[in-house]
Design a protein around this ligand. Structure first.
Ligand SMILES: [Zn+2]
Length: 206
């Protein structure tokens, strides 16, 4: 079982092991969050008494943890989740047969013809780390991906896609009980984050 560790601000930090969580509770570093507390039996002391630690599926730091932002490695599973299994070109939502599409095609990296078709204002983005990154990757159905080929969509109007946040990653690893608690506690936090991100989603002139 994994325990969800939140920062003091309710921002999700990571999933930690039961043992780590027990240590944190024992040393008074965290608050227990949610109503579904449970008891974990610890070791036996010199008097033969068994210790018990009360835990909760979600714990929250008492002090602010200033850890650096975590870079989410690229994954198709998370890409499809981010785009809600919906093809960005035709708008169909399909559970299977989705592909990853590079908005500015990979060919722009090595074909001068393709590169020259990228609008001048976006040409500085033609580098491997941008092209292969989250910002240039979208979910597409097979048909739209095939039809698009090496062509460049009207990217002036295509938003730069969001890099999934740590919360998205953690959410994938939560059990049902944690998802419930996580949603209750973190929804207000995520709303604020979303509003901020929406403003950063646009690239170029917008
Ligand atoms: Zn499509």
């Amino acid at each position: 079982m994994k325990i969800l560790l939140l920062n003091v601000s309710y921002a999700p930090l990571e999933l930690i092991s039961l043992e780590e969580a027990i240590c944190k509770v024992y040393s008074g570093e965290v608050f227990l969050e949610g109503d579904s507390k449970f008891c974990v039996a610890g070791g036996t002391n010199v008097h033969g008494e068994r210790s018990h630690v009360v835990l909760s599926p979600v714990v929250r730091n008492k002090t602010y943890d200033k850890r650096p932002a975590y870079n989410i490695p690229f994954s198709r599973r998370i890409l499809f989740m981010r785009d809600k299994n919906t093809c960005v070109y035709c708008g169909r939502t399909i559970p299977k047969g989705l592909t990853r599409d590079h908005v500015i095609p990979k060919a722009a990296l090595y074909h001068p013809d393709v590169r020259n078709r990228v609008p001048q204002s976006k040409r500085h983005l033609v580098n491997p780390s941008y092209i292969h990154g989250w910002g240039n990757s979208v979910t597409s159905c097979k048909r739209c991906n095939r039809e698009k080929g090496h062509s460049i969509p009207d990217i002036k109007h295509i938003k730069e896609r969001k890099t999934p946040c740590l919360a998205d990653m953690i959410y994938l690893g939560l059990n049902r009980e944690q998802k419930k608690i996580f949603t209750n506690f973190i929804t207000p936090f995520l709303k604020v984050m979303k509003e901020k991100e929406i403003q950063n989603e646009f690239i170029g002139e917008h």
